[in-house]
Design a protein around this ligand. Structure first.
Ligand code: ATP
Ligand code: MG
Length: 583
């Protein structure tokens, strides 16, 4: 379990790492893309600012060149001409917004000046020296007496011989150029060859200089504010704290302007690019996390289900085990039950046999009498026959012999019946003729009935009636019914037993006597219930209970009741033999 939890934790950690790596990649790619766009825009902005500056300065340069050929700047030794020239130059300066327009002779002495803002001697100025060489001179700076940032242009004026006769100096005001720039534009500044900020649209950066390291800027005085430069892809990113109007994280671009001898630089806020990159990265991370969470939940669900399944399976296995044990137990019980049943059957069969033997025992007196009688008759017939033979009356002797044969035949039949009755039946159920069984029962009990002078009336059907059963066991049932009836009628005058076979409706054999009837009809089928405790025919009380079992085993039924006009009636219902059962 804890191993599984460990595995899960590791998987979640690895997934989170992968998402972080992916988000990092997306962030970097998005940032670079955004910086690329930003750089293009910044480039355009810087180009625009640079062009604007150079164009505006160009105007003053051209003004200087134009004025060199102006006639008012000729013959300025004359003070009145000088005065006129000054007035004209002032007009030019006013119209062009130049700080000053002046003319210097070859020694660098200012002959005439529009505003008098220039020093009287410019011989040391580099722009003047350059002009004296016949080229266009230019310079910028903060110079006395003019306490302003200014751009200086100097153009040489030639005489007829082509010699430089003087220099036109035009001074342009940088601040007025700056004022025309829109303040909302990104921070732009122009540094000169010394690395000093000379022109800018953020005045706080004015006169800041490039430090020895060559990157960034430091203010002219005071501590240098925080500065860090980093390279992101091909882009230069500055992390700075240069005041509220300069972005803290800025994309830095620069561009050389040889015409004005300055380097234009721009600082564009890189924060939106970073924000965009963050946005993209967090969107990707959020999507990945959402998918991951869904996946995690799904696997968790599946695992929970699998666990529940395993629990269920183990329960089912336990239940199955219990069931199969119960099954084994049941089988054991069944086999025990079957053994008990078999034992019961054996006991019942033994009981049937015992009952039969007891009946035989009871009948033995009658039967021995029955056999004795023909034997005695045979003896007297034999003796008489001998005498007839001695007397030569052979026909009479033959008559006696045939009587003897008849009697022997009759004895043989009685003995055969007895043997058949004593036999133990092996077959469960077969097709038997109930009429023949009743015939043999009447014959078997004949001696007893005759002895007791019982009148047996059998309404014998003239055709066989086939039923399901066994002849010995059915014979046993009817022997018991007849002897019971005879026992019940003992000691009375009118003794009659009626046997009827009822074929309409269910096949029933009724045995009715003229005796006193049954004392307790409900109890007669109980084993060991007997009223015959004394006398010749002492009974075990088993006859009817054995009969009950026999008839039931053939699918039939036996009932005993008292007839309304006196006497007992026992009815044995039997199942007729169906042809298809034999098949
Ligand atoms: N025809 C009948 N009339 C009156 N009572 C009867 C008749 N048949 C049976 N009984 C009563 O039912 C009892 C039980 O009969 P059953 O045949 O079971 O036993 P038993 O005849 O007494 O003894 P066993 O048949 O074992 O020798 C008898 O003792 C008798 O009281
Ligand atoms: Mg009996």
């Amino acid at each position: 379990m804890s191993h599984l939890r460990h595995q899960r934790t590791w998987m979640v950690l690895i997934f989170l790492l992968a998402v972080t790596a992916l988000a990092g990649g997306v962030w970097r790619y998005g940032y670079l893309q955004a910086l690329e766009q930003l750089a293009r825009r910044a480039e355009a902005d810087l180009a625009l600012a640079s062009d604007r500056l150079s164009t505006e300065l160009q105007v003053y340069q051209e003004l200087a060149v134009l004025l060199t050929d102006h006639p008012m700047l000729v013959g300025l030794d004359d003070p009145t001409r000088r005065k006129d020239a000054q007035a004209q130059l002032l007009e030019v300066a006013d119209k062009t917004a130049a700080l000053d327009v002046a003319f210097a002779d070859v020694t660098g002495r200012i002959l005439v000046s529009a505003n008098g803002l220039t020093t009287n001697d410019v011989s040391d100025e580099p722009y003047f020296r350059r002009a004296m060489q016949g080229a266009l001179g230019s310079d910028h700076g903060l110079r006395a007496p003019l306490d302003r940032r200014a751009y200086y242009y100097a153009a040489p004026a030639f005489d007829a011989a082509g010699q430089v006769r003087g220099t036109v100096v035009v001074v342009a005001d940088v601040a007025s150029i700056e004022l025309a720039w829109p303040g909302s534009a990104p921070a732009v500044f122009f540094t000169d060859a010394n690395g000093e900020v000379f022109v800018t649209n953020r005045f706080e950066l004015l006169y800041w200089t490039r430090p020895d390291s060559g990157v960034g800027l430091v203010p002219p005085e005071g501590p240098a504010p925080e500065f860090r430069a980093a390279q992101t892809g091909a882009h230069d990113i500055w992390n700075i704290r240069w005041g509220p109007y300069v972005p803290t994280r800025a994309l830095h671009l620069q561009r050389h302007l040889p015409v004005v001898a300055l380097t234009g630089e721009i600082l564009v806020n890189a924060a939106p690019a970073r924000r965009l990159a963050w946005l993209q990265a967090s969107a990707v991370a959020a999507i990945c996390l959402a998918f991951g969470a869904m996946l995690f939940l799904a696997t968790e669900r599946r695992r929970t289900l699998a666990q529940a399944n395993a629990v269920l399976e183990s329960r089912v296995a336990k239940r199955t085990q219990a069931l199969s044990e119960a099954n084994v137990h049941l089988r054991q019980e069944i086999s025990e039950r079957m053994e008990a049943e078999a034992a019961l059957k054996r006991a019942q069969a033994d009981l049937v046999q015992a009952g039969k033997l007891s009946a035989l025992g009871q009948m033995s007196a009658g039967i021995s009498h029955e056999l004795n009688q023909p034997l005695m008759a045979i003896r007297s017939f034999a003796e008489n026959g001998t005498q007839y033979l001695e007397r030569g009356r052979s026909e009479k002797a033959g008559e006696n012999l045939s009587r003897i044969a008849d009697l022997a035949h009759r004895m043989g039949r009685i003995i055969r019946n007895l043997r058949a009755f004593a036999r133990q039946e092996s077959e469960e159920v077969r097709q038997v003729d109930i009429v023949a069984i009743l015939d043999s029962v009447i014959e078997l009990t004949g001696a007893r009935m005759r002895q007791d002078s019982v009148d047996i009336r059998f309404a014998r059907p003239d055709h066989p009636i086939w039923v399901r059963g066994g002849d010995v066991r059915l014979g046993q049932v009817f022997v018991n019914l007849l002897t019971n009836a005879a026992d019940a009628m003992e000691g009375q005058d009118d003794k009659c037993i009626r046997i009827d076979v009822n074929e309409t409706g269910p096949l029933t054999v009724t045995v009715r006597d003229t005796g006193p009837g049954i004392d307790l009809p409900d109890k007669v089928f109980e084993p060991f219930y007997s009223t015959k405790v004394v006398g010749v025919s002492e009974g075990m009380g088993l006859g009817l209970s054995i009969s009950y079992g026999i008839v039931q085993s053939f699918g039939g039924d036996i009932r005993g009741e008292n007839a309304p006009d006196g006497g007992a009636v026992f009815s044995v219902q039997l199942e007729p033999w169906q042809a298809e059962q034999a098949a």
